[in-house]
Structures are given as C-alpha cells and as structure tokens.
Design a protein around this ligand. Structure first.
Ligand code: C5P
Length: 228
C-alpha cells in the first residue's frame, strides 16, 4: 500500500505576472513545484508524485524537477479538473498499489510536513476525504448584486481550505467520474457532491497559496526564517 500525490500545475498563473507558469516561478533559486514536490516526499508519507504540466512545457517542468529524481510529469488538460483526472489515470499506472491519494497545489509550496502527515494519517484512519483548514480571521459580509451588504456571516463555523487534500483512492475516482464539469474549485467539493463525508485537520499558515507577488515575498521570508 502506498500514497500517491497529484499536483495539477498546468495553469498559466498570470496573476503572478511572471513570464513562466506559476509552478516554475523560483523561490531561492528553485521552482515552486520543486519545493512542493520535495515537501510531499520529505513528509515520509508519500511515495509517488505525479505532476500535470502545461503540454508545451513538459521539458521545462521535468528540468525543474531534476534535482528530485522522482516525479512523473504528464501533460495537463483544459481545466484543473481535467488535469487532476489525467494525473489520477497516470497514478493508476505508476502506483497500482496506492490506496490513498493527495491532491496538492504547487502554489502551496511550503506546506509543513506535519500538515501533510496529518492529512495522510486521517485517510489511513478511514476518512474517505480530508482537508486541512484554518479559521477565518476576517469578518465576512455577504453582498447583494449591487455591492451593498446584505448580511454578516457567522465566521465561527467558516474555515479556509488548504491543500494537500487527501482521499481514499476509490473515492476520488468516483468523485471525478461523477463530475459534470461545472467548476468545483477543489476536489473535496466533488466528493461532497457524492454525499460522502469530508473531515478536517488543522492547516498551517506556511501553507499559504502563493498567488500574487506579495505572497511570493512572504514565501521568501518564511523560507529565510525556516532556514535561519
Ligand atoms: O488558475 P487557478 O488558480 O484556478 O489554478 C489552480 C491550479 O490548477 C493551479 O495550480 C494550476 O496550475 C492548475 N491548473 C491545471 N490545469 C489547468 C488549469 C489549472 O493543472 N488546465
């Protein structure tokens, strides 16, 4: 039995304003994707990593991952869900003994190993699906169509969701088989639609999603602080 991690990284990441896809943007001289894949393997819980890359950048992505020597790169699809589904198919080939699967954002390149372990261990304890979450610190307002405040949402029951998200392999397969293409923003969302329970474990501030140049600057300083 083994754990396979899928990293859909076939998007363009234009919000970062870089010339290269977001996954190839470098922090401390190494691509975000390399940091993310290394973190997964370094958790000690993940044996295989399958990466979905832009179809015209397979060589660049493989080169960025070269220092790791242990990742499978495939061409991604038109949408994020297509990329995950293609990576899931590849996982069946490279890790036929896998019973648990993680889906991780390359943009959460500095997710601590304890968060990855907590997700895998919860799946191993029998959870069909697991997401790391953080409490929401901002007050959240719901607006009407004209931008006026309609109500204030009770934030005590709200959580921001991070990755890796963990699944029993058959559950994620079923969720993707049933997906109708109407834009779930995460894989746990597809599992929820099956009516299957999704559990939570504590997330971590270092697992922030690097989306803007500001986030990138934060990641640089997080890494500098961790190395000090
Ligand atoms: O563009 P967005 O932020 O929604 O992308 C979320 C993640 O899905 C990114 O890591 C991106 O690389 C990935 N993605 C993908 N295949 C696509 C589109 C996005 O793997 N066709």
């Amino acid at each position: 039995m083994s754990v396979v991690a899928l990293v859909p990284a076939a998007g363009r990441g234009e919000r970062l304003g870089a010339e290269v896809p977001k996954a190839l943007v470098e922090v401390h001289g190494e691509a975000l994707l390399l940091h993310a894949a290394r973190g997964l393997l370094a958790s000690g819980r993940v044996q295989h990593v399958v990466i979905a890359a832009p179809s015209d950048q397979l060589d660049e992505v493989a080169a960025a991952l070269h220092p790791l020597g242990a990742a499978h790169v495939i061409a991604g699809g038109a949408e994020r869900t297509d990329s995950v589904r293609l990576a899931l198919d590849e996982a069946g080939r490279v890790a036929p003994d896998a019973d648990a699967v993680l889906v991780h954002d390359a943009a959460r390149a500095f997710t601590p190993p304890e968060t990855i372990r907590a997700v895998v261990d919860e799946v191993r304890r029998g959870a069909p699906a697991v997401v790391p979450v953080l409490p929401v610190s901002d007050t959240i307002k719901q607006l009407d169509a004209s931008g006026r405040v309609e109500s204030t949402v009770d934030r005590s029951r709200l959580r921001a969701v991070q990755t890796p998200q963990g699944f029993a392999l058959d559950v994620l397969r079923r969720a993707h088989d049933a997906a109708d293409g109407d834009g779930a923003t995460d894989d746990a969302g597809l599992v929820e639609r099956l009516g299957v329970e999704v559990r939570t474990v504590p997330g971590h501030a270092h697992a922030l999603k690097i989306t803007t140049a500001f986030d990138l600057a934060i990641a640089e300083s997080v890494l500098a602080a961790c190395a000090a």
